[in-house]
Design a protein around this ligand. Structure first.
Ligand code: G4P
Length: 536
């Protein structure tokens, strides 16, 4: 098969949702369709269950599963589908954001009962930043949920995403009859059957004809006809190019647990979702079809077992063909590296692989060479862009509790921040280490790992910062004056970029007024260029 054919057959995506909306269930149904698993329940949930949040070891045990389920690949109708799993737990949100940089599209699951939930907003924001195409699956139609028109409006307004329903539900909850496919004009009747696989659909040539009354009551038919008329009147016809440009999200309705509406979703997804495309590196655009290998690391999974200190770096192949035992160029360090045991993932198994193509994710055993955002090439000096770093929400100062182990602490915290466990800011004078995270859990993770992996003891002192802003300014003098005047709130990120640690919203507003030329960014990327999310 040619490289072009390999690329065209690949669909690499993530399923995202607020916890409990049905991401795991939907993933499992997809794998069942792909024949990658045979029975329901075979996919271990990568979800961190609601244990008491302080039970870190329990969480890690559960997280351990996620190496195997980080990528789930299967073949379906000549396509290779790569599903990248994302942790649902809020405290691991940064992990999810980074994973979103490695996909070509996204399926967003929304719970029809709960509607759009908080975490979803942030995830969709990340998709929008990169124009990632989104398909929306409204789940749990077997329950009494919100009115579908209200749901669509809620999605439009809270997620700022233009939608277009492709299927439409006929009632919901105990009266749920099924969905009508607005494009193919067929009816998919609902049966509560968790073991059924394929949906049996009924072609309806004319929604206004008599035929439909063989399947639906007069009342349901009337309502469906009115709904469809309204949809056709309100929405523009579906435009696949707008979807692929990340500007329009098609919407499907169904019930993942009942395997209902899944086939329709999967088949449309395979038809319209983009295959691997060009990606932007700082130096140039890199086309997937280029013969030479390029790829970037978006996730590092550490092995917590002290006897096996290896880590797995997850690399997304962006162009060319990856081959086992071949030297590649690590552009940040200038080292040449080769990999004897690269792994790919099929369903929930990790297997040794000898080759991989654009869109594939490979697990590379790593003894400390990689950090998030690193690029591999065949020699060209490239750096892929767009692994975002968001402002943390909780800030604490790291305190060394064992002066004899200062070196270990320095090394440990620097490695953990390279893995993306937390963000590290250094404040001078005194080389104060400020740790920023999105959730409290990370502090436990850091403390535990520093002690068990590096033999260092630490404590945390809470700080009252509200947000970190990466600051840039064309007028270098103004930037210097600002940094001098606010030195108590200025630190450097691990790339050495200046960051303003604001104590309150008001604090930032005031600074913006006093220093109008300074741009305050809430997002940076690991290439060190604060190029997006300007809030000034
Ligand atoms: P997540 O990965 O997004 O967190 O969600 P997950 O798939 O684990 O689903 C969350 C809960 O919602 C599960 O119930 C699951 O069975 C249920 N669910 C998923 N799809 C549907 C659906 O179409 N209809 C209904 N009624 N429920 C659905 P649970 O009780 O939390 O877990 P379990 O004991 O069933 O595994």
């Amino acid at each position: 098969m040619s490289l072009k054919q390999e690329i065209d057959k690949r669909k690499t995506f993530a399923i995202i949702s607020h916890p409990d909306a049905g991401k795991t269930t939907l993933t499992e149904k997809f794998l069942l369709f792909g024949g990658a698993i045979q029975v329901a329940g075979a996919v271990k949930s990568n979800k961190i269950r609601k244990t008491s949040t302080s039970d870190f070891m329990e969480i890690e045990k559960q997280r351990g599963i996620s190496v195997a389920t980080s990528v789930m690949a299967f073949e379906y109708k000549d396509k290779r589908v790569n599903i990248l799993d994302t942790p649902g737990h809020k405290d691991f949100a940064e992990d999810t954001y980074r994973t979103l940089t490695a996909v070509d599209s996204v399926i967003l699951v929304v719970d029809s009962v709960k509607g759009v939930e908080d975490q979803t907003k942030r995830l969709v924001e990340v998709c929008r930043m990169r124009n990632t195409p989104v398909i929306i699956f409204i789940n749990k139609l077997d329950r009494e949920g919100k009115d579908p028109f209200d749901l669509i409006e809620e999605i439009d307004t809270t997620l700022h995403i233009q939608t277009r329903p492709l299927t439409w539900p006929i009632n919901q909850g105990s009266l749920f009859k099924g969905v009508y496919n607005l494009y193919q004009g067929h009816l998919n009747l609902f049966e509560s059957n968790k073991s059924q696989l394929a949906d049996e659909v009924i072609g309806i040539s004319d929604l206004h004809g008599e035929e439909i009354l063989n399947y639906l009551s007069v009342k349901d038919t009337k309502k469906l006809r009115e709904d469809v008329e309204l949809i056709e009147g309100v929405f523009e016809p579906f435009d696949v190019e707008l979807y692929q440009a990340g500007l329009l999200a098609p919407v499907f309705f169904g019930s993942a647990i009942n395997n209902f509406g899944i086939q329709e979703l999967l088949e449309t997804f395979l038809e319209i979702a983009p295959s691997p495309r060009s990606r932007e590196a700082s130096e140039r655009m890199v086309a997937a079809e280029e013969n030479k290998l390029t790829g970037f690391v978006f996730k590092i999974h550490a092995n917590l077992d002290p006897n096996h200190r290896d880590r797995i770096a997850f690399m997304r192949v962006c162009s060319g063909k990856f081959e086992r035992n071949t030297f590649y160029y690590h552009t940040r360090t200038g080292k040449k590296l080769k990999f004897a045991n690269p792994a790919t993932f099929m369903a929930n198994e990790k297997i040794l692989t000898s080759e991989a193509y654009p869109g594939d994710v490979i697990g590379l055993y790593d003894s400390g060479n990689f950090k998030i955002g690193d690029t591999l090439t065949e020699g060209e000096n490239l750096h892929f862009k767009g692994i975002p770093s968001f402002s943390p929400e909780i800030f604490k100062e790291l305190e060394n509790r064992d002066p004899m182990k200062t070196k270990q602490l320095e090394k440990g915290i620097s490695q953990l921040s390279e893995e993306g466990v937390a963000q590290l800011f250094i404040q001078e004078p005194g080389h104060r280490k400020i740790i920023g995270t999105v959730g409290d859990l990370q502090f436990e993770v850091i403390q535990f790992r520093l002690e068990h992996e590096y033999g260092a003891k630490c404590a945390f002192i809470p700080l009252k910062f509200y947000k970190a802003f990466w600051i840039t300014c064309d007028d270098k003098k103004m930037l210097e004056t600002f940094m001098h005047r606010k030195s108590y709130a200025i630190a450097k990120d691990k790339e050495g970029n200046p960051v303003f640690l604001a104590e309150s919203e008001w604090n930032v507003t005031l600074s913006k007024t006093d220093y109008p030329d300074i741009v305050f960014h809430t997002i940076s990327d690991y290439a060190g260029v604060a190029n997006e999310g300007a809030v000034s």
